[in-house]
Design a protein around this ligand. Structure first.
Ligand code: SF4
Length: 60
């Protein structure tokens, strides 16, 4: 899958909490993609739907 966190991220941490396999909060306080394995597509899509600022783009 393809996963991207856009510049819109406000660093709320929700995505890391829901799917830590794919999203990790960086030292910059923003979310970064650490894995794009298809096995975690469901979690990544869930995060994309839940992100308060729609900053996550997922292509499966
Ligand atoms: S849920 Fe959205 S705003 Fe919150 S840390 Fe993740 S990408 Fe950033």
């Amino acid at each position: 899958m393809k996963v991207k966190v856009t510049d819109g991220c406000i660093g709320c941490g929700l995505c890391q909490g829901v799917c830590p396999q794919v999203f990790e909060m960086g030292e910059d306080g923003l979310s970064h993609v650490v894995c794009t394995d298809d096995a975690f597509a469901e979690g990544a899509l869930q995060c994309a739907a839940m992100c308060p600022v729609d900053a996550i783009e997922v292509e499966v």
